[in-house]
Write a protein that binds this ligand. Structure first.
Ligand SMILES: Nc1ncnc2c1ncn2[C@@H]1O[C@H](COP(=O)(O)OP(=O)(O)OP(=O)(O)O)[C@@H](O)[C@H]1O
Ligand SMILES: [Mg+2]
Length: 471
């Protein structure tokens, strides 16, 4: 595929506004997991042809892949209103509904889509539609869905008795792991792979790492070690990265549960899996157990809380509370960019009782991030400061996008000349003018919450960052 992509990229240089080419290229990128690039390509289509359906469906698919479910649903529904015989939009809507747990609607949309285009029939999806809800007709015995690390659904039956199994007979943590619900690794990443964020690193050292490393000392003073820390802030500013690096820094194990795995437990109503993930962490202490986009679990959504999901939430909370020393050496980190949606019950003592704001990098921080990113590229002269100066409000992810854009340019030049052309500050600065920073929108919504629901100073750091509160 990569070769195909190169060819398409070359062709696009000659006719950058060619819609079919752009669509092909975007699709290739998606298959190759180059999501940002795919997104750019779909956007380019829309610049040429503002209502182009395939490109809009592509953007909806990307939203879905990145876990932005409501955005994906809104985009897809709009397409179906405009074009009620849009078969592939029915299929995407089916996937969204499966993830949301609305199997009834999912089934009828799937049938409609496939009746419009037989070629779209999808065995994996059909399986998902047949399973899930324990009370569902047609499901043969208890089954749950898991998500593999590649993000595709896998299905597995539970152990025969369905009983909880607390001993250590599952060396790698049992069904939750086998189901692919948890990714278990020992990260090579440490703080040196994270540019800037010096204040945050120091806070993590003091509040998290030091207590974990000197657990005995803390015990002597009868002070609890572990518990939960909630990281929040605008997207792309390194919450996920720093969590992983935190585990790497003390050579602890790292178990990450992303949005999909969490939603999956919602769908499967699966308290047992939640318990097993915590057991896996306990058996592998010291361990960082990371819940990415924890608002998916902790959201204060009454409708969900009344439904089957309430058990899952309660399970999570009681696992977090951990009787006595149960959670010794297990650090629970949660990341979110919508802290205002988090149910206050999650922030009680012993749960996510410490909160850290992860702000966009300042100029010096951006320079360090640029340094870190440049290490992986063939670089010519590089002046990180100069680029940092030109990129106010850019997040780490935005800077990565700048590197990607500039790299593409340089690669096509390299292909023309048949040799490696190094990347320079000039290329990067040029690319930066083509990218809009993504952090501003977050602060716009954060501002209201920070000003009007700032109980016990929860959002003081946000207000300080915005200059609305004295430091
Ligand atoms: N401080 C940093 N040093 C180096 N790279 C960074 C840094 N911050 C962000 N990045 C880059 O940006 C990418 C996105 O960061 P990350 O996924 O950690 O952000 P996030 O805060 O978790 O975002 P989201 O809220 O969207 O989940 C990383 O994979 C990394 O490439
Ligand atoms: Mg993240």
């Amino acid at each position: 595929m990569a070769q195909n992509l190169d060819a398409l990229r070359l062709a696009l240089q000659h006719s950058p506004d060619n819609v079919p080419l752009l669509l092909l290229y975007a699709e290739g990128c998606l298959e190759d997991f180059q999501v940002e690039e795919a997104e750019n390509s779909y956007q380019s289509v829309l610049k040429v042809e503002a209502t182009q359906l395939e490109a809009r469906l592509g953007l909806a698919r990307i939203a879905f892949l990145q876990g932005r479910l409501s955005e994906a649903a809104v985009r897809t529904e709009q397409l179906l209103t405009e074009k009620p015989d849009f078969a592939s939009a029915y299929l995407l809507m089916t996937r969204i509904l499966v993830t949301e747990g609305d199997l009834g609607r999912a089934r009828s949309l799937y049938e409609k889509g496939v009746s419009l285009n037989r070629a779209l029939a999808d065995e994996g999806l059909e399986k998902d539609l047949r399973t899930v809800k324990p009370n569902d007709e047609g499901s043969s015995g208890p089954k749950r869905l898991g998500v593999t690390s590649q993000g595709s659904f896998v299905e597995a039956s539970l152990s025969d008795d369905g009983e909880e199994d607390d001993d250590d007979s599952h060396p790698r943590g049992g069904a939750a792991f086998d189901l692919g619900l948890a990714d278990f690794e020992r990260p090579k990443l440490n703080f040196s792979s994270v540019g800037g964020m010096e204040a945050l690193k120091e806070e993590i050292r003091m509040k998290i790492l030091y207590p974990l490393q000197h657990a005995e000392l803390f015990k002597a003073y009868d002070k609890k070690v572990g518990g939960g820390v909630l990281l929040y802030g605008p997207p792309g500013c390194g919450k996920t990265l720093i969590s992983k690096a935190t585990a790497g820094e003390i050579k602890a194990n790292f178990i990450a549960l992303g949005l999909h795995q969490i939603l999956d437990m919602w769908i499967g109503n699966s308290e047992k899996n939640m318990h097993e993930v915590f057991q896996l962490a306990r058996q592998n202490a010291p361990c960082v157990l990371f819940f990415d986009e924890v608002d998916a679990l902790a959201a204060d959504r009454r409708d969900l809380r009344q439904s089957a999901g309430r058990n899952l939430i309660n399970q999570f909370l009681s696992e977090m509370d951990g009787a006595d020393s149960q959670n010794d050496g297990v650090l629970i980190l949660g990341a979110t960019n919508a802290p205002w949606h988090i149910d206050p019950a999650f922030r009680r003592p012993g749960r996510f009782d410490r909160t850290l704001f992860v702000p966009p990098p300042d100029e010096a921080g951006r320079a360090s991030i640029i340094d870190v990113m440049a290490q992986k590229k063939p670089m010519g002269e590089l002046d990180p400061r100069a680029l940092a100066k030109k990129t106010p409000d850019f997040s780490g992810a935005d800077l990565k996008a700048v590197f990607d854009l500039a790299t593409e340019e340089v690669i096509s030049e390299a292909m023309r000349h048949g040799k490696v052309v190094p990347l320079t500050t000039k290329d990067l600065i040029k690319a930066a003018t083509r990218h809009k920073p993504t952090t501003k929108a977050w602060f716009e919504s954060a501002k209201n919450y920070a000003m009007y629901s700032n109980q016990s100073g929860f959002y003081d750091d946000v207000l300080k960052y915005m200059g609305l509160l004295k430091k």
